[in-house]
Design a protein around this ligand. Sequence first.
Ligand SMILES: Cc1cn([C@H]2C[C@H](O)[C@@H](COP(=O)(O)OP(=O)(O)OP(=O)(O)O)O2)c(=O)[nH]c1=O
Length: 205
Amino acid sequence: MLYLASQSPRRRELLARLGLDFDVLALDVPEQRRPEESAEDYVCRVAHEKALAGLADVDHDQEALVLGADTEVVLDDEVFGKPADAADAMAMLRRLSGREHRVISAVSLVSATRSVQAVSISKVTFAPLPGTLMAAYVAGGEPFGKAGAYAIQGGAEAFVTRLDGSYSGVMGLPLQVTAQLLASFGLGPMAAAGAGTTTTPVEAP
Ligand SMILES: Cc1cn([C@H]2C[C@H](O)[C@@H](COP(=O)(O)OP(=O)(O)OP(=O)(O)O)O2)c(=O)[nH]c1=O
């Protein structure tokens, strides 16, 4: 059985697009970057910890395959997670306004015997955002529960002047690399098609 170790409705919606049956596990894994840890290492570690926590949760199922993912917005080397409150959301949007940032999304897939992971890094550029626009966006509530205080799949699509990378990755689950990871377990559209891969999933430590 495939399990999605995530409370994110976006991840549920995106994974469903691959046409697989899966169950959702509600877990709460702490997200705290370690001193000296690079942004990319941090995102990969958290995705892997979510998958491992999910695997522990379904230890009754010997056939379990668990997918964990993490998404963070990174400006220079600063990681923007989900905003704590409206002031925090405003501060993040002000920093992102008129600049390019990265969105790092990592995916980890674990079974009792094997684990693989992949990371997707997208570059997103925001137009300069008027203060009134940011204030209205925050007041509308969309920033909450979203890394970097925005949703590309929502009103923030109008902020984006350039996206270089994976739209689904920015939304929370990069579907191309996810399909590749699933194919390495013989699942999903890329396995069914016997498709070649452009990125080799790496065995997780
Ligand atoms: C940048 C961006 C993020 N997001 C969301 C995706 C994720 O849900 C969230 C990043 O937080 P995460 O900590 O990656 O995920 P989560 O806490 O929502 O869910 P879980 O840990 O249970 O898997 O931000 C968008 O929906 N749209 C966007 O454009």
